[in-house]
Design a protein around this ligand. Structure first.
Ligand SMILES: *Cc1c(COP(=O)(O)O)cnc(C)c1O
Length: 405
C-alpha cells in the first residue's frame, strides 16, 4: 500500500489550500477559490504522466470503469469479456451498465490471455475490459491485434497499473480508455478517487458529461449549461483531488523504491528452483507493486502460505493467496454466479451469456491455485528488508525440504 505509506506534509498542504477557501466543489466559483483547482491540476498532471491528451477524475475506480463503458458506448445487452481474476468492480461495472460479462481465461501474465479472449468472442461481443493486474501488463500487442480484427472496444482497467508500461507506453493508453483507482489501497491514493484517460476528445467529453448529469461544462453559470447526454453524479471533490495532487508528485519515487525492493525479493525467491515467476511482457514496465510467483502445486502453495505466516512474514508485508480471496477471484463470487441483486438487473431479463454457476476455466484455476503475491512496500528500511528476506527464505526452505524428504 505505497501511497498511504507516504502521507505527509505535502498532502496536508494541498488539502489546506482547499480548507482555506472552503470551495470543495471542482467547478465554477472562480473568484472565491484563490486560484486552487485541485481536480483540474490532478487531471493535467495525470494526463502528462501517462503521455496522454485527456484525463478526467471521478469518485472511484469503479465509477471510472462505469464512465469508460458509457463513453465507449458499451451498454445494455452488449457482451463484455472480463477476467475472472480482478477486483470485483470490473464485473460489477459491466453488470450495472446492463452489459453481459463473459469470463475468459487468464495466463501466466495474470491478465486475460490472447487465446482466452479469442475463445470467448461471439457475434454479440462489444468490448474487452482488460485488467492489468498487480502492477503489470497483459500481452497487449496480441490483444490489441485481436480487438482490431474483431472490431472490439478495448477498455483497460488500469486501477492497479499506474506507472506500468509496455515498451515505454503507459498502461491505459493502448485501448480507447484507461481507468484508474486511487482508493486507500492503490499505488497512490485520494482516500477515494478514480480517473479515466484517453486520447480521444469525444470520449473525454462524454466522460466529464456523464460524470456530472450531462453538464457540458461550458460557461460559468451551471444552471444555464447544456446537457447533451444523460449522466449521473460521479464527481470527485476538491479535498480528495488535493490528496491526489500531492500523491501523484511522489510517483517516480514510489516506482523506483518498489522496483528496488522487488528486485531484492526476487533474488531471494530465485534461490528456489521450484519457484517460477509471473510472466512480464516488458520487465522494464513493471510498476512492481507486487512480487508474484508460482509454486509447483496447490498443496505446496498452501504449505508455503502457512509457513510464511508461521515465520511472521505478514508482520512485514501482505502475503496474498488470491485463490481464496473473496473479492479478487471468481471462485468465491457466489453472489455473482447466482446474480443475487436487490433489484432486477438487465442481465436477468436479457439472459446470461454463460452458465456462471458451472463456469469452466481450467487454465485460470491451475494458475490461481499455485500463485502467491507479496505486497512490495515503499518505506521499508534496509533492516526490515533484511529481516523479511531472511524470514521468507526460512519459511520456503522448510516447505521445500519437507517436500523432497
Ligand atoms: C481497486 C480496483 C477497482 C475499483 O476501484 P475503487 O476505487 O476501489 O472503486 C477496479 N478495478 C480493479 C482492477 C481494482 O483493483
Amino acid at each position: 500500500m505505497p501511497g498511504i505509506e507516504l502521507f505527509g506534509a505535502e498532502e496536508r498542504k494541498e488539502v489546506n489550500d482547499v480548507l482555506e477557501t472552503g470551495i470543495l466543489f471542482r467547478y465554477n466559483h472562480d473568484n472565491l477559490r484563490n486560484g486552487h483547482w485541485k481536480a483540474l491540476t490532478f487531471e493535467k498532471e495525470l494526463a502528462a504522466f501517462n503521455g496522454v491528451k485527456y484525463a478526467h477524475s471521478c469518485t472511484s475506480g469503479s465509477t471510472a470503469v462505469a464512465i469508460a463503458m458509457a463513453a465507449c458506448g458499451v451498454g445494455a445487452g452488449d457482451e463484455v469479456i472480463v477476467p475472472p481474476f480482478t477486483y470485483i468492480a470490473t464485473v460489477e461495472g459491466a453488470l450495472l451498465a446492463g452489459a453481459l460479462p463473459i469470463f475468459a481465461e487468464i495466463d501466466e501474465t495474470l491478465c486475460l490471455s490472447p487465446e482466452g479472449i479469442r475463445k470467448a468472442i461471439t457475434p454479440k461481443t462489444k468490448a474487452v475490459v482488460l485488467v492489468h493486474m498487480c502492477g503489470s501488463m497483459a500481452k497487449i500487442e496480441e490483444i490489441m491485434q485481436i480487438c482490431q480484427e474483431h472490431n472490439l472496444v478495448l477498455i483497460e482497467d488500469t486501477a492497479q497499473a499506474l506507472g506500468a508500461s509496455y515498451k515505454g507506453k503507459a498502461a491505459g493508453t493502448f485501448g480507447k480508455m484507461g481507468c484508474f483507482s486511487f482508493d486507500f489501497f492503490k499505488i497512490i491514493t485520494c482516500g477515494e478517487g478514480g480517473a479515466v484517460i484517453t486520447n480521444d476528445e469525444k470520449l473525454y467529453n462524454f466522460s466529464h458529461q456523464f460524470s456530472d448529469h450531462g453538464h457540458d461544462h461550458i460557461g460559468d453559470n451551471r444552471g444555464a449549461e447544456g446537457h447533451p447526454i444523460i449522466g449521473f453524479n460521479y464527481r470527485i471533490g476538491e479535498m480528495n483531488a488535493a490528496v491526489g495532487v500531492a500523491q501523484l508528485r511522489k510517483i517516480d519515487y514510489i516506482l523506483s523504491q518498489q522496483r528496488k525492493h522487488k528486485a531484492l525479493l526476487k533474488q531471494t525467491l530465485s534461490k528456489f528452483p521450484e519457484i517460477t515467476f509471473r510472466h512480464l511482457p516488458d520487465e522494464n514496465g513493471d510498476a512492481a507493486t507486487f512480487m508474484d510467483f508460482f509454486l509447483p502445486s496447490e498443496e505446496l502453495t498452501r504449505q508455503a502460505v502457512a509457513a510464511l505466516q508461521a515465520e511472521g512474514v505478514p508482520s512485514l508485508t501482505g502475503v496474498q493467496y488470491w485463490y481464496d480471496n473473496n473479492f479478487h477471484y471468481i471462485k468465491n463470487w457466489e453472489h455473482i454466479r447466482n446474480l443475487q441483486s436487490v433489484a432486477k438487473l438487465p442481465i436477468e431479463i436479457l439472459g446470461a451469456p454463460q452458465d456462471y454457476k458451472n463456469l469452466q476455466l481450467p487454465v485460470t484455476e491451475g494458475l490461481m491455485k499455485r500463485l502467491i503475491s507479496f505486497v512490495v512496500k515503499v518505506a521499508w528500511t534496509d533492516e526490515q528488508l533484511q529481516m523479511l528476506t531472511t524470514k521468507i527464505e526460512a519459511a520456503l526452505q522448510k516447505v521445500f525440504t519437507k517436500a523432497t524428504a
